[in-house]
Write a protein that binds this ligand. Structure first.
Ligand code: FES
Length: 507
């Protein structure tokens, strides 16, 4: 089983062995492209670039699939989270058509890679269904129908949906798909290495020094590159994108049903806010219903375990469940204007690229990013005419000075040793609990593990100093501002923080 960024186990993670890279990174050469992040975005982009003749190095802080790639529910859909009506309103009808085309081409790319490399990832063409349960939702669905049809999606109204949930109105969208993301990413990684590319795992990038040739510094050594791609979900450092992407967490469950005929065929979404989503997946002869929902802003929910209980109760209302096999949560970044940010990183030289703000459509936008970044880095025109350009963001007044100031702030070192016996505020904590509280004029983040041991940390996030909050479901400290996450010992699980939280020693 591979590691992931939390203590819950996802369906994909449980059936995946660690990836063993074939090639060794070379600190003496200049790579054409260094890609930071070994998720589906980094690996898909690296594979396209290596095929196009670029010599690439992928650097991953932990292991391939450690982040959201290992925690997705793997829907491949052109019916995206941001309704086409909103895209039309904000960007124009032609742009809505272009977004639909990009999503279509992304699914075709996954299909082509799966076929060309004979990947056993269960890629399946299937329809998607979206349904409304109230009159208000039905009115919204009519808008979705009109705008999506105008954007070029093949969809019609239907009076049957493959879930046993009452509904007022529903749409069926053709030509969507599902797959198992981990064999797909592993096969791309293997093909990438066979083509001469290199993957370096367990190495955290700490910064990029800009000059004619870029220097990527890591926890162990440094590498030179002509171009750098941040495929890290959100770039490290301090950037305008941190103000334009909001971190969210979503909750998923893979369950086995009593009746085989109840497994739905298709991708299904209701119209709640946040919506529930469903699909089936067969792995090694066993079929699962994968369902998700109950999303919230990262660090905004005190009792994250409650979200699993809500999801379970919801599923039990409609299904006869034999076994809940896996429960897990994962993180995504919601863009401010509804479209992802793919292209040159704002405020930097043109050879640093980013791909972020995918919302709940990471499996599709990761391939859109691969197509765009491969074009840009090889000097071809952007096939989507700059629609996803991160530089569409208007700079915020004073932001440059703000960065200059904050990037030089040295975090105060807490040399203080706190006598544990005096920490009365924490005595009542249950094992597994975590909280931020004041002790002796100082704020401390403290977690009691299942053996009753206390783990104390400085509660200021090392990215931009927001105060972290405890995530009970995943046993992690999560930052509400830009989504950085840390384990119980303060080690970074998720960027944009590049440095661990500071430990406080308890006497
Ligand atoms: Fe930015 Fe924590 S992630 S302050």
């Amino acid at each position: 089983m591979i590691a992931r960024d939390g203590t819950c186990t996802s369906l994909w993670q449980a059936i995946t062995e660690p990836y063993i890279p074939a090639n060794k990174a070379d600190g003496d050469i200049t790579y054409d492209v260094v890609l930071i992040g070994g998720g589906i975005t980094g690996i898909s982009t690296a594979w396209l670039l290596q095929q196009a003749g670029k010599n690439c190095l992928v650097i991953e802080a932990r292991n391939i699939g450690f982040g959201t790639t290992g925690g997705t529910t793997a829907h491949l859909n052109t019916l995206l989270d941001t309704p086409y009506a909103d895209i039309s309103k904000n960007f124009g009808e032609d742009s809505a058509k272009l977004v639909a085309r990009a999503a279509r081409e992304a699914i075709e790319l996954v299909k082509k890679n799966s076929k060309d490399l004979s990947i056993d990832c269960g890629f399946k063409d299937m329809p998607a269904f979206v349904f409304a349960q109230t009159q208000e939702q039905a009115n919204d669905l009519d808008d979705i129908y009109l705008a999506s049809a105008k954007a070029g999606l093949q969809l019609t109204y239907t009076n049957r949906i493959p879930v046993p949930i009452p509904f007022k109105r529903a749409l069926i969208v053709r030509n969507q798909a599902s797959f198992n993301p981990m064999p797909y990413v592993y096969a791309l990684a293997t093909a990438f290495e066979k083509a001469g590319g290199t993957i370096l795992q367990d190495t955290r990038v700490t910064g990029v020094e800009e000059d004619e040739i870029l220097t990527v510094t890591t926890s162990s050594s440094s590498f030179r590159a002509r171009a750098v791609v941040f495929a890290t979900h959100i770039p490290i450092g301090i950037n305008l994108l941190h103000l334009r992407c909001a971190p969210y967490r979503s909750y998923a469950m893979a369950v086995r049903l009593m009746n085989k005929k109840d497994y739905p065929k298709g991708l299904i979404y209701d119209s709640e806010d946040p919506y529930h989503y469903y699909r089936s997946q067969e792995i090694n002869g066993v079929t699962y219903l994968i369902a998700g929902g109950y999303d919230h802003r990262t660090a905004d929910e005190e009792n994250t375990e409650n979200r699993f209980l809500q999801l379970e109760a919801y599923l039990r209302r409609y299904y006869n469940i034999k076994e809940i096999k896996y429960t897990w949560s994962s993180q995504y970044f919601e863009p401010a204007d509804g479209l992802p940010y793919i292209g040159s990183l704002p405020g930097h030289t043109g050879n640093i690229f980013t791909a972020t703000g995918f919302g709940g459509n990471g499996m599709v936008y990761s391939s859109v990013a691969a197509i765009i970044l491969k074009s840009m880095i090889t000097g071809e025109p952007d096939p989507y005419k700059g629609l996803f350009n991160p530089n569409r963001i208007k700079p915020v007044a004073g932001f440059v000075n703000f960065i200059k100031h904050n990037s030089h702030v040295a975090f105060e070192i807490l040399s203080k040793i706190v006598p544990a016996a005096k920490m009365t505020a924490f005595v009542e904590m249950a094992p597994g609990e975590g909280k931020v509280a004041k002790y002796d004029g100082q704020t401390i983040a403290i977690h009691k593990d299942e053996h009753g041991n206390l783990h104390a940390l400085h509660p200021e996030c090392t990215h931009m100093k927001c105060t972290i909050a405890w995530n009970t479901a995943e046993n992690s400290w999560d930052c509400p501002c830009h989504g950085a996450r840390f384990d119980i010992n303060g080690e970074v699980l998720t960027g944009p923080a590049a440095n661990n939280l500071q430990t406080i020693h308890l006497d």
